[in-house]
Design a protein around this ligand. Structure first.
Ligand code: ATP
Ligand code: MG
Length: 367
């Protein structure tokens, strides 16, 4: 028997602790915060809470990180026709749709501070107002929020409201990483394999050989249960023999973790794109910054500020290389295609020593 608790598979001590908490919080009408690495089953835990609380009512899911900041309030609280350009009809937000059920807000740390205030008011009073609307509406729902970030730290940095963190923190469930769940790894692997084979038309492997089991137990699982599920399904699809082997698992999961390690942060990717655009504009205008700023649709002040930041970055790399220090910065530069040495100065950037103050004042200003 591998089905232990609602739709969870696993019976390790840490997971039994989780089941106990879910059970305890299910009937209390308070918000619940679920923390844990990606792929550990946070959404599954939210569904289990709902099921144990009676299972009735809607289950609305919104990922705060996937919404542009300008649309978050409308997605949560809805809007009325004409509230903004493009609001061609009234729209019910998830808060209203979740009335009588559960609202699962994934990555709640990404919610802008002003929306946090609105949400807190709404969970405390059940009242909210759609964007652009006059009328106050009512909705009673159970808020279940998830995050993988340290909310306390974000409160210190002024990015998360303390009152909301306090409200959410009263009932917290931490989903343990798969690497800390011992034998659950093999139970889950067998479960995903059986499910995959049952769903596919062709017959598939019936289990894992001895080396494969040992390998499953020693792997680190950075993507947790989701990575295990994907890995087992891919391994089953390419195995023609009766058992999945360690070699196949290693190949399949190595590919996935190589891919994982290659994902840049969004911030790094955007910074790189910005640097390229600036270099192109300066090359096109033979170094004329005012013209370049025009082409880039930013103010000259913004361009000066960005150029100054680019020079500082370049200066740091120069120091790292001179000191023979393979620091994070130098490694990052290499990864970015800067050959591990001083990044080539784009034509148009002036020839002063890197890192010195820009000739022009870098006035504060924005786009
Ligand atoms: N203990 C478990 N038993 C069975 N299936 C599980 C278990 N934990 C997770 N899963 C499955 O693994 C997948 C990932 O789980 P889920 O989406 O709940 O993770 P998450 O923590 O919300 O991930 P993310 O942070 O990336 O949103 C889902 O398909 C889920 O059904
Ligand atoms: Mg999730």
């Amino acid at each position: 028997m591998s089905r232990d608790f609602v739709s969870f598979v696993g019976r390790s001590k840490v997971m039994r602790g989780v089941y106990h908490q879910i059970q305890a919080f299910a009937s209390a009408p308070i918000p619940v915060l679920i923390t844990g690495e990606s792929g550990t089953g946070k959404e599954l835990a939210a569904q289990a809470l709902r099921e144990l609380a009676g299972g009735g009512g809607p289950f609305e899911v919104t990922n705060c990180a996937e919404l542009p900041e300008t649309l978050i309030d409308s997605e949560l609280f809805g809007h009325v026709k004409g509230a903004f350009t493009g609001a061609i009809k009234n729209h019910h937000g998830v808060v209203r749709r979740a009335d009588g059920g559960v609202l699962f807000l994934d990555e709640i740390a990404e919610l802008p501070v002003y929306s946090q205030a609105k949400l807190l008011r709404c969970i405390e009073t059940g009242r909210f107002r759609p964007v652009g609307g006059e009328r106050v509406r009512q909705s009673r729902f159970r808020l279940v929020a998830a995050t993988n970030r340290d909310l306390e730290l974000l409160v210190d940095q002024g990015e998360f409201r303390e009152d909301l963190r306090y409200r959410l923190g009263a009932a917290t469930i931490h989903m343990p990483a798969l690497r800390d769940r011992g034998e659950d790894v093999t139970l889950l692997a067998e479960f995903f394999l059986r499910r995959y084979v049952a769903r596919s038309s062709a017959s598939g492997p019936s289990g894992f050989d001895e080396d494969a089991v040992a390998w499953l137990m020693h792997y680190d699982w950075p993507g947790n249960v989701r990575e295990l599920r994907n890995g087992v399904e891919t391994a089953a699809a390419i195995t023609s023999g009766p058992l999945i082997t360690a070699v196949v698992l290693r190949d399949v999961l190595h590919q996935e973790s190589t891919l994982l390690s290659r994902v840049p942060t969004l911030e790094a990717a955007l910074a790189k794109a910005e640097r390229r655009a600036i270099e192109t504009a300066l090359r096109a205008t033979r170094g004329n910054r005012e013209r370049a700023a025009q082409l880039l649709h930013v103010s000259p002040a913004t361009l000066y500020r960005k150029l100054a930041a680019m020079r500082t970055e370049e200066f740091e790399r120069t120091l790292d290389v001179r000191n023979g220090k393979k620091s994070e910065t130098a490694r990052a530069a290499k990864k970015d295609g800067a050959n591990g040495h001083v990044a080539k100065r784009p034509r148009g950037l002036d020839a002063r020593p890197a890192g010195s103050e820009p000739r022009e004042p870098a006035p504060r200003g924005s786009v």
